[in-house]
Structures are given as structure tokens and as C-alpha cells.
Design a protein around this ligand. Structure first.
Ligand code: GUN
Length: 283
């Protein structure tokens, strides 16, 4: 079997075109969707992510505000900033870029964001809503994976999905969304004994551990769908995922590349959450 490539760039473009049209419709009603991003400190990777979010907003005709603060900012000052944005009617989404400096409690910051503007889907209220199948802002990366699977018309009902990784941002919510779609879900993680025993049984594998070559052809069964959420660098500094891409190509039915797979979906789903929030504010 030669795997089909799931082109995240193309799918993201298609979703963005729909968002563009929805932004236009909202503008005709006099409402411009707005996203505020708070960046604390000067982490290089965070600066790149934040710049990409601003670019995406501009590209889609959305309003964006970037609030840059020094690493010495206190937790109280950051919460004050968030409170102001919670009250600001021109802002429909608030994102505090993580990680934060170590003197700031990330959980306290996430909980300070109004759940109705939590377009990251990190607030415990949104996580609880997602778990109980209510309308919620979904975390952008797992949400993007679900959109990719829908795009290839993959029916998850009754399928066995193995999620490798259990972060609050990706692994845990990923499993929950798959469960909501009637898949049978197994979580594997760094303490799992005999990873291959589990992954060999999977119809779909979602790799989200942040370690390259975690999944090779040895780990998968013939015809498995392999979704790679990892973003790592190899010895030459080249971007790579958690999956040995070349190796699984001849055994998998579908595979996502890195770069150009799940990555482009994440920011797109952030934009989707922001316009959804704007639409809710209008209705
Ligand atoms: N840092 C890395 N990824 C993310 C993300 O999706 N949201 C936020 N807020 N910070 C991040």
C-alpha cells in the first residue's frame, strides 16, 4: 500500500476561504471579528507563532491586537490586562501565548480569560463543555485533526484510535473529541509499556509526543491512518514530526506530512473559533 498524503495546507486554505466569506458577512452587519494576543517576554518561538496569528487575521480581514509585555510583568498586571479585554466589545477572542515566565501561574491566567472569549479552548469550563458534548470552543490542534479526518471522509464510528501523548493542549482533548465521534480510544504515553502492542491494533494513530521517530512502520498495521502532530527538528535543523514519515508511507493508508500537515490547521481553527465567538456575540 502507498499512503495518500493528507495535505494540511490545502485543507487549511479551503477552511480559510469559508472563514473569509463569513467575516465578510459579519462585516456587512457592522461587526468585525477581533482577536487579542498577549505575548509576555521574548521567547523566539512564541514571537514567530504570534506573528503568524497576526498575519492570518490580516489575511482574513479580521481585527487583531497584539499586546507585548516584558517578562517582568506580574501575574496581577496580566490578569488586569485580561479583564480589560474581557470587557472590550471589539474583542471576541483572547489568547495568552504560552509558555509564560515561571513566576506566573498559567492555570490562573487561563481561568482569568472569559470562557466566552477563550478561543484556545483551554479554560476548564470549555474543557468541561467539550467532555459533556456541549457547544464549546475546541482546542485548535485537535479540532484541526478532526477537520482533516472529515475532509478525507473518514468514518470514526467504532474505529480504534490510539493517541500517543497526553498533554492538556493536544493528547487529552484529542482523545475526547475522537470519543465524541464514537471511536474507541486508547491513550499511550511515556510510561506505556510496549507501545507497539497498542499501536499495532490502531485503525488511526495520532502521534503527539514531541519526539521524532516515535512511530515507525514497525508500530503500525497495514492500512492505518497516521496523523503526526509533532513539531521537532532533526540533526540538520530540519523540521520533522513524531513519525518516521518515509518509513510509514508504504504501509499506511493516509499520512500527514510535517511540515504542511496538522500545523497549518491549528491557526486556521483559531480563526474559526474567533469568528464563531463573534457570531455568538452578534446573535
Ligand atoms: N503555545 C504553543 N501553542 C500554543 C497555543 O495553541 N496556544 C497558546 N495560547 N499558546 C501556545
Amino acid at each position: 500500500m502507498t499512503a495518500q498524503i493528507i495535505n494540511g495546507k490545502e485543507i487549511a486554505q479551503a477552511v480559510r476561504q469559508e472563514i473569509r466569506e463569513e467575516v465578510e458577512q459579519l462585516k456587512q452587519k457592522g461587526l468585525v471579528p477581533g482577536l487579542a494576543v498577549i505575548l509576555v517576554g521574548d521567547n523566539q518561538a512564541s514571537q514567530t507563532y504570534v506573528r503568524n496569528k497576526e498575519k492570518a487575521c490580516a489575511d482574513l480581514g479580521m481585527h487583531s491586537v497584539l499586546i507585548k509585555k516584558p517578562a517582568t510583568l506580574s501575574q496581577e498586571e496580566l490578569i488586569e490586562n485580561i479583564n480589560e479585554l474581557n470587557q472590550d466589545d471589539s474583542i471576541h477572542g483572547i489568547l495568552v501565548q504560552l509558555p509564560l515566565p515561571s513566576h506566573i501561574n498559567e492555570e490562573a491566567i487561563i481561568e482569568a480569560i472569559s470562557p466566552e472569549k477563550d478561543v484556545d479552548g483551554f479554560h476548564p469550563i470549555n474543557i468541561g463543555r467539550m467532555m459533556t458534548g456541549q457547544r464549546a470552543f475546541l482546542p485548535c490542534t485537535p479540532y484541526g485533526v478532526m477537520v482533516m479526518l472529515k475532509h478525507i471522509n473518514y468514518d470514526l464510528e467504532g474505529k480504534h484510535v490510539v493517541v500517543v501523548g497526553r498533554s492538556n493542549i493536544v493528547g487529552k482533548p484529542m482523545g475526547q473529541l475522537l470519543l465524541n465521534a464514537n471511536a474507541t480510544v486508547t491513550y499511550c504515553h511515556s510510561k506505556t509499556k510496549d507501545l507497539t502492542y497498542f499501536t499495532k491494533q490502531a485503525d488511526v494513530i495520532v502521534a503527539a509526543v514531541g519526539r521524532r521517530n516515535t512511530i515507525t512502520s514497525e508500530h503500525i498495521k497495514e492500512g492505518a491512518v497516521v496523523i503526526d502532530v509533532g513539531i521537532n527538528r532533526n540533526e540538520e535543523g530540519k523540521l520533522c514530526g513524531d513519525v518516521d514519515y518515509e518509513d510509514v508511507l508504504s504501509k499506511a493508508s493516509y499520512v500527514t506530512p510535517v511540515p504542511g500537515g496538522v500545523g497549518p490547521m491549528t491557526i486556521t481553527m483559531l480563526m474559526q473559533n474567533t469568528i464563531e465567538s463573534a457570531q455568538r456575540a452578534y446573535n
